[in-house]
Design a protein around this ligand. Structure first.
Ligand SMILES: [Ca+2]
Ligand SMILES: [Ca+2]
Ligand SMILES: [Ca+2]
Length: 418
């Protein structure tokens, strides 16, 4: 993990030594790495970003509070180099269909399986009574500060729940039931971002925008949930360790709670807020430009919005800026093929938040030379990911299939440049 100046220094070192030694590999260029700060941060902000970066990379052991049950010992185990994760660290969640809704089976350890445990304790498995199981591959985390800074009113305006414009696409907001916990998450986040203003929640509910089904309202919410659910680490906001209900509390967890202090949580959140956007490559190539025009023409850009604008932010680089994430942050029904019979919040089992496509061309390197796309990594190529698009995206998939092979290749070249 490198900071703002680190990448440049490494590259200079490589230039100096490669002249005489062909054995030293060249450091990757800036446009091939996801890690790095926003360009306009102050010195104090860079220092805080780097402190958060160290915590994001930190590997916990049982003595520091890891577990008793967990999925991985570091944020960076799953979000390697801030890029997409490898399926070896996939998360598994489950639940059960009920007449009036969906039961996340908390008394059975749901909704998330912690499939690893500290010594002398038992890891969880999916209970036989679960009717829906979904697997989640870790997404890249670069550029998320921009997605967070988009104001709720922008998302409310983008939503088209009843498909009023009749194009077969009806993006919906994820809305999470109010709770004291969410109110506190919102309140603390406002303290971090003093001037940031969010409109009143919709119908008293909170708009979810992070996670593949939009289950987190902001980066603070996502971070404390990850510490608890993915790593078994307590914070002031979520002070209880996850335990396997089949076994009961773990007597050996001597680490005092909170295992991760709020000052560390705040630095990690700041780190996520201030990561640079994934860099584009070959954007000026005429073939890539043509591919971009076709991408819009066949309807891909209706969900994968090429541009969004942030609201006011105390961080200069995030303050009312237009950026290019290729998502609308809304839930879309993707049809039976992507229906895992599992859900969160008000999303149906086949609804998913539009995956941001920025950084798509860097996924292969981040995932170890092979590519694993869609929420669970099932698609092994970009073309395969498109082939799984049904439901609201069926029309645009049909349009893609209808293109001549060389035109399809232009779209793929465009996607690899993102
Ligand atoms: Ca713990
Ligand atoms: Ca669990
Ligand atoms: Ca519509």
């Amino acid at each position: 993990m490198r900071g703002r100046f680190g990448a440049g220094i490494v590259r200079w070192a490589a230039v100096l030594v490669t002249g005489c030694s062909p054995l030293v590999p060249e450091a990757p260029s800036d446009d091939a790495v996801l890690d790095g700060t926003l360009p306009g941060l102050t010195g104090v902000q860079v220092a805080r970003h780097l402190a958060g970066d160290r915590e994001f990379s930190r590997t916990f052991g049982a003595a520091e509070g890891l577990g008793p049950i967990f999925v991985a010992p570091a944020c960076a185990s799953c979000h390697v180099g801030d890029g997409k994760g490898h399926p070896v660290f996939n998360l598994t969640r489950f639940g059960r269909a009920l007449a009036g809704g969906f039961d996340p089976m908390r008394t059975h350890g749901g909704p998330q399986v912690q499939n690893r445990a500290v010594l002398n304790y038992l890891a969880e498995v999916v209970p036989a009574s679960a009717t829906g199981v979904a697997v989640f591959t870790a997404p890249a985390v670069s550029g998320l500060g921009f997605l967070e800074a988009v104001s709720d009113s922008t998302l409310i305006a983008l939503a088209d729940p009843f498909d009023a414009d009749g194009d077969g696409i009806s993006g919906r907001l994820q809305l999470l039931e109010p709770s004291d916990f969410l109110a506190e998450v919102e309140r603390l986040d406002l303290l971090f971002d003093v001037e940031a203003s969010r409109p009143v929640p919709v119908d008293g509910k909170y708009i979810g925008r992070f996670g593949k089904k939009g289950s987190a309202i902001n980066l603070l919410h996502q971070t404390v949930t990850a510490y608890q659910q993915d790593m078994g680490l307590t914070t002031d906001l979520l002070p209880e360790d996850p335990v396997n209900p089949a076994v009961g509390p773990f007597a050996g967890d001597d680490a005092p709670d909170p295992e991760v202090p709020s000052s560390v949580v705040a630095n990690v959140v700041f780190y996520l807020k201030t990561l640079k956007v994934p860099p584009r490559r070959n954007g000026d190539d005429p073939a890539v430009k043509l591919g971009g025009a076709l991408f819009a023409q066949i309807g891909c850009a209706k969900c994968h919005l090429p541009a969004l604008t942030t609201g006011p932010s105390p961080i200069k680089d995030l303050d009312r800026k237009t950026f290019h994430p290729y998502t609308d942050l809304l839930l879309h029904d993707m049809g039976p093929e992507l229906d895992d019979r599992y859900t969160e919040g008000r999303a149906t089992t086949s609804e998913w938040r539009t995956a941001p496509l920025w950084g798509l061309g860097l996924a292969e390197a981040a995932q170890g030379g092979r590519i694993f796309l869609l929420h669970d990594g099932r698609a092994r190529s970009i073309r395969e990911a498109i082939e799984h698009h049904g439901g609201e995206a069926a029309t645009s998939r049909a349009a893609f299939r209808g293109l001549a092979p060389d035109r399809q290749e232009l779209i793929l070249a465009y996607l690899r440049s993102l």
